[in-house]
Design a protein around this ligand. Structure first.
Ligand code: SF4
Length: 78
């Protein structure tokens, strides 16, 4: 079974009309929300269904691959 790579979302704040569609469709647990009532942009999304990007009426949500978490022995990516 394939697993999506976690992503970090970016939102163009000047374009966002604060419609709430991205939050409404998001399958993440409650609280995956930014201070501006959009989907969260400060933590990785491990579902990465990208429904928020598809539903955004002003097409202002983008994403990048989330950085790999540091390993437990401290040998994280430098
Ligand atoms: S769906 Fe797009 S326009 Fe609507 S609140 Fe989310 S980022 Fe803003």
């Amino acid at each position: 079974m394939s697993k999506q790579q976690p992503v970090l979302f970016n939102i163009g704040w000047n374009a966002c009309i604060n419609c709430g569609a991205c939050v409404a469709i998001c399958p993440q647990e409650a609280g995956f929300v930014s201070p501006f009532d959009t989907i969260a942009v400060d933590r990785p999304c491990d579902i990465a269904c990208l429904l928020c990007e598809q539903i955004c009426p002003v097409d202002t949500i983008t994403h990048v691959p989330a950085p790999a978490p540091a390993t437990q022995n401290g040998a994280g990516v430098r």
